[in-house]
Each structure stands twice: as C-alpha cells, then as structure tokens.
Design a protein around this ligand. Structure first.
Ligand SMILES: Cc1cc2nc3c(=O)[nH]c(=O)nc-3n(C[C@H](O)[C@H](O)[C@H](O)COP(=O)(O)OP(=O)(O)OC[C@H]3O[C@@H](n4cnc5c(N)ncnc54)[C@H](O)[C@@H]3O)c2cc1C
Length: 392
C-alpha cells in the first residue's frame, strides 16, 4: 500500500487531519487499532459530545509553552466547526459557558467525520496494529502493520493520551515521539475526580451524592462551578477543572459560599437572625447534610448572636477558604484527558510538523496541550488536525 499521508489514530484530531489532507488531493490512509473509530467522541459529553466552546482562547489550555496553541486555534475556530456541523444538519444547543452539545447524539459527529472522509476519499481502517515504523534513507516512512506494509511521505500521529485505557488509549504516540528523538513531558491524569483518604475521607464519605456550588482554587487557577461528593472523594465540574492544576501535596482551597462575601453575609445573619444557630443559617445556602457536617467537625454551632466579631471572622475565613486535603486522583481510569505529552518545543506551532523529522506530525491530545473542561479539548483536536492536514 502506498499513500501520501498515513494518519495513525482515527479519533477527533486524526479524522479532521485526514479530511483536510484528502481534500487537497492527497491519498490518505487512517489506521486505528480499535474496533471502531472515534470512541471518545461517542462517550463524550454524556453521549451528546460537547464538540466545541464558543469562548475558546489560548488561556483555556495548559502547556509548558502556553503560546504554542495560538496559531492553530486562530486559524480553525469554533465558528468553523459549527459551520461544518450545520452543513450536516446536526442540531445543537448551548449549555452553560459557551459549551455546545448535539441535541441528539455524539454518534452524529462521528458519522459527519466519516461522511466527510468518504466524500474526499480518505480511507479509514480499524483493527490495525502498527508494529514498526522505519524511515528509509530515501525519505518518507515505512510502516509494518497487521494489514501489511505501508509506505507514505507524511506520517501523522494522532493516537491521543492515556485516559480510559479500556477505550483503546495507549502510549503509542509517546513511543513514536521518542523513537524519532523528541522529548516527551511527564504525563498525568487531568479533568479527573480527586480522592480523599483517612479522616478526610471519613468526614465526607457518607455525604456521597451531595452537590453544591464552590469556587475551587489551586496554584493560581480558580473555577466556580459545582462540587460533587463521591464515595472516594470529590468530583463535579469545579473539581475536574482544578484537578488539572493540582498535584499531590499542593494546597487546594474551596470557597464554600462563592455567591456571598462570607464576612458581610454572616454579619447580616447575626443582625437579622440572632437566635438561629449557625448550622440552620448555613443550611439555607448549603445542602443541609453538608452544613451539619461542617458544624460537627469544623465550625462549632451556636446561636448567631453569641459569636464575637473575632469568632465570626474565623468562621468567615473557614467558609471562604476551606482547605481540602486530597490524597490523589482517580487516575486514567476516569480522567477525561492526559496532561503533558510530546514537547511542543520540537514541533512547528503552525503545522504541527516535527522540527527534527520532516514529514512527521503530532496532533491532538498526544501533544502537550490540554484544554479545560467544556469543549476545549475537541476544539484543539479539530484545530491541530486541520493545521497538519493543510500541509501533510
Ligand atoms: C469520558 C470522556 C468524555 C469527554 N468529553 C469531552 C467533551 O465533551 N468535550 C471535549 O472537548 N473533550 C472531551 N473529552 C476529551 C476528548 O475526548 C479528547 O481530548 C479528544 O478525543 C482527543 O482527540 P485525539 O484525536 O487526540 O485522541 P482520541 O480521540 O483519543 O483518538 C485517538 C485514537 O487513536 C487510537 N489509537 C490509540 N493508540 C493506537 C495505536 N497504538 N495504534 C492505532 N491507533 C491507536 C485510538 O483507538 C483512538 O481512536 C472527553 C474524554 C473522555 C475520556
């Protein structure tokens, strides 16, 4: 088999790259080891695929080089992807914060990408394992695969990150990067629930299922959204977001009353409800069971009128800056993304091509660019796939 471009990985980035390259008249082959394409697209957004975020900016991404993602994101925007979705008649809606979801099913996004591949003649094969990649002296690449030998001029690695190994995730892309002399930055799970242990877990464990709004803060990042207590620790959008900024030992703080200035709110309660106990007052703004637990363990509950100004100040600072000691994360089993990956120093930010090996490209999540929760990771996959497809 002889092709101009071989893309390894038929996920979001790989399929977008294949469509773009084949539309230029390149003979494109996409290879995936899984039994079907786009598995993460299918499971994303609770089955409705949060396919982009209209508010996407480079500030929504983590990378050792925060400038790297700028060029690709600027050249393929959320509006470009929405135009594609619209052209395929896929109905969508905006949830919160610019997050766009399919009205019906994420299957529509996979169908759209496969229809686009078919329209431009990109050949997509599943059940294919790439056993070896060689670079002959004559240039190009020689691949030994379970479907036979494949020659190509350009090779695009779009094999994603390590999250959800049961869905076909592998470290293949990192191995290829190392094989060709690229640095690979350490990986860790991102957008992932945090675990608690010991007394920290015991204090919250039986509140599993309780959810409320917080502002989570860590290492200069802050996210205001829901927290969900789980059997093993904490999750919910605020925690998933902050998990990408947290590492074991880091200081994690929660503002439990993000909608109020805790000091002035407590002073108001003292003036207006002096006979009510703190736990009752807190139950108006927090789930009752959580308010009770706060008062059992962290805040002694008394009638509001009995607190001195200094005691009220202490309570306010606990509520606004609650330290939470997480022990770890749930890891790749449940993480939505992998932080770290192929070092962007070795790649062109406009084309995603290797600076070391002409014709070799890395796109999507395998690269050290990781988005926030909310459609940003797919937008990076589309944009980086497009950038590579324009030149591969
Ligand atoms: C549960 C879940 C929900 C998510 N929801 C959202 C969401 O709503 N919005 C959002 O923006 N992001 C979401 N994400 C993140 C998003 O899915 C990824 O960031 C995105 O899919 C990355 O695209 P990619 O093409 O780089 O990799 P992937 O989509 O992971 O595709 C990689 C492909 O490479 C194949 N592959 C891997 N190893 C090999 C190998 N050795 N040989 C051949 N093929 C290989 C895989 O089978 C896969 O098809 C979610 C992730 C998860 C896990």
């Amino acid at each position: 088999m002889d092709h101009d471009v071989v893309v390894i990985g038929a996920g979001a980035a790989g399929l977008m790259c294949a469509i773009t390259a084949a539309a230029r008249g390149r003979r494109v082959l996409v290879l995936d080891h899984a039994n079907k394409v786009g598995k993460k697209i299918l499971m994303s957004g609770g089955g409705r695929c949060n396919f982009t975020n209209t508010g996407t900016t480079p500030a929504n991404y983590l990378s050792a080089n925060p400038h790297f993602c700028k060029s690709a994101l600027a050249r393929y925007t959320p509006a470009d992807f929405i135009a594609l979705v619209d052209a395929h008649g896929i109905a969508w809606h905006e949830k919160e914060l610019g997050q766009l979801f399919c009205n019906d099913s994420s299957k529509q996004i996979v169908r759209m990408l496969l229809d686009e591949c078919a329209a431009v003649g990109a050949d997509v094969r599943t059940h294919c394992t790439v056993e070896r990649i060689e670079r002959p002296d004559s240039g190009g690449f020689h691949l030994r695969t379970t479907l036979g030998s494949v020659e190509c001029a350009s090779l695009v690695i779009a094999t994603g990150g390590l999250s959800i190994p049961s869905m076909g995730a592998s470290g293949f892309g990192y191995d290829v990067a190392r094989q060709f002399g690229h640095d690979v930055l350490p990986q860790r799970a991102g957008l992932v629930p945090l675990t608690l242990s010991g007394k920290h877990q015991q204090r919250l464990q039986d509140l599993s299922g309780v959810s409320f709004e917080v502002e989570a803060r860590c290492n200069g990042a802050r996210f205001r959204n829901q927290l969900l207590v789980t059997h093993r620790g904490i999750s919910g959008p605020a925690i998933l977001q902050i998990s990408s900024y947290w590492q074991p030992g880091d200081d994690l703080r929660l503002d439990l009353l993000p909608m109020h200035d805790a000091s002035s709110w407590l002073a108001l309660q003292q003036r207006e409800r002096g006979n009510a106990e703190l736990r009752t007052v807190l139950s108006d703004v927090l789930p009752k069971r959580f308010a009770q637990r706060l008062c059992e363990v962290w805040l002694p509950s008394r009638p509001m009128k009995q607190y001195t100004p200094a005691q009220l100040k202490d309570i306010a600072s606990t509520l606004a800056d609650w330290p939470l000691v997480a022990s770890g994360t749930e890891g790749y089993r449940t993480a939505e993304v992998t932080l770290g990956g192929v070092d962007t120093d070795g790649l062109s930010s406009s084309t995603m091509m290797s600076k070391l090996v002409p014709g070799l490209f890395f796109i999507g999540e395998v690269v050290d660019v990781t988005g926030w929760l909310g459609g940003y990771n797919f937008q990076w996959a589309w944009a980086s796939g497009r950038a590579a497809g324009e030149v591969a």
